[in-house]
Design a protein around this ligand. Structure first.
Ligand SMILES: *Cc1c(COP(=O)(O)O)cnc(C)c1O
Length: 371
């Protein structure tokens, strides 16, 4: 079991004058959806650079969820200095709240911060901030099938300054949003659209979890939806040939010889924690997992020959989602396997979810119990 370290900064608890009434909250929690409901509290920690050029984190609070004042010249509004994370708090069978590999999110947050020229946040402080928020808002956990309390840590540049350089003031925050199943039930496998747009180029910010990447993916995603598909898949920027990932999920391919393949972490795709966890679980099952480039042409050929049995996407929000159909604007459509979720897709998903929810033994120390 993962354990909590002593945090390097103490949090001040601000009083909440008007909690959402319990009956209103509980009614909303019966159908939480994704990302539309928010809990009562938020975490906030400030960073600023002193005259000596040395920066520090201070003013750590857990208080009422409220709008934040931002100067119109705040750097985030002009040059998009923003990064975020996404992780879920679960309720285990014995009622304990738990997080899944939060140190991995903390480490990735700092990797993103580095790429965006932002200060790093001590990992223990990141995890403690998550713990504090779950502790005050655990009544916002939705007791629905597949439910979780989704945590959204993020950092923005708050300094009012229009010159182009890294800001000298930042705000780290966490908000919590009760979530049901990410994909509405009745969608067993998704249909994806091969985008002519690219998400990330070599040397760019593809490996950082930053809002800017998402801003650039909205038009391609909207195009996919307009054409009747669920998600967009991006190919590499240099050759428009190699499969990278979906807008917010990594991809896995399952072959008839029992091997799995996932595109390598070459700087243009996001290093997913779900991707990494599945890599471990699959290898533990004795499967061979290759981290290798895979081309769109090979994907189509292998699907047609039957060599490729399954394709699935993975990420914290939806965990594992089968890909049933792929449409390329130039070469047309192809179906993977039966067009529905394959066996390995379902088995790996079940194993991961069971570990996350404390229903299977946590042999890797991935589950952090919070109380
Ligand atoms: C967050 C994210 C993922 C999935 O990462 P997880 O850690 O598994 O949630 C994949 N791709 C992109 C672009 C992302 O932003």
């Amino acid at each position: 079991m993962a354990t909590l370290a002593e945090p390097s900064l103490a949090f001040t608890r601000l009083p909440h004058p008007s909690l959402v009434p319990a009956d209103v909250r509980d009614a909303a929690l019966t159908d939480p959806g994704f990302g539309k409901l928010f809990s009562d509290h938020m975490v906030s920690i400030d960073w600023s650079e002193g005259a000596d050029g040395i920066g520090a984190w201070h003013n750590a609070t857990v208080g009422p969820l409220t709008a934040i004042p931002l100067h119109p010249a705040a750097a985030v509004l002009h040059y998009a200095q923003e990064i975020f994370e996404g992780l879920k708090a679960y309720r285990l069978q014995d009622g304990t709240m738990a997080l899944f590999r939060p140190e991995a999110n903390a480490a990735r947050f700092n990797a993103s911060a580095k790429r965006l020229a932002m200060p790093s946040l001590p990992e223990d402080l990141f995890v403690e901030a998550c713990r504090q928020l779950v502790a005050v808002d655990r009544s916002w956990f939705p007791d629905v099938q597949g439910g979780s309390l989704y945590l959204r840590p993020f950092m923005i540049a708050t300094e009012a300054f229009l010159g182009v350089r890294p800001a000298k003031q930042y705000k780290f925050m966490i908000i919590a949003s009760p979530a049901g199943n990410y994909f509405k039930s009745g969608a067993p496998a998704v249909s994806i659209w091969v985008s002519q747009y690219t998400r990330a180029a070599p040397g760019g910010t593809g490996a950082a979890k930053c809002g800017g990447n998402y801003a650039a993916s909205l038009v391609p995603q909207a195009e996919a939806l307009e054409r009747g598909h669920d998600q967009v898949v991006f190919l590499d920027a240099a050759e428009h040939k190699w499969i990278e990932e979906l807008g917010g999920m990594n991809l896995y391919f399952v072959f008839e010889d029992g091997t799995l393949l996932t595109p390598p972490l070459n700087g243009t795709i996001l290093p997913g924690i779900t991707r990494n966890s599945l890599l471990t679980l699959a290898r533990e099952e004795g499967l061979t997992v290759r981290e290798e480039p895979y081309s769109i042409d090979q994907w189509r050929a292998d699907a047609a020959s039957g060599k490729l049995l399954e394709t699935f996407a993975c990420g914290t929000a939806a965990v594992v989602t089968a890909v049933g159909k792929v449409t390329d604007p130039v070469t047309g459509e192809f179906t993977i396997g039966t067009g529905g979720p394959g066996q390995l897709t379902q088995r790996l998903k079940a194993r991961l979810v069971a570990i996350q929810r404390g229903e299977a033994e946590d042999t890797h120390g991935w589950v952090m119990r919070l109380s």
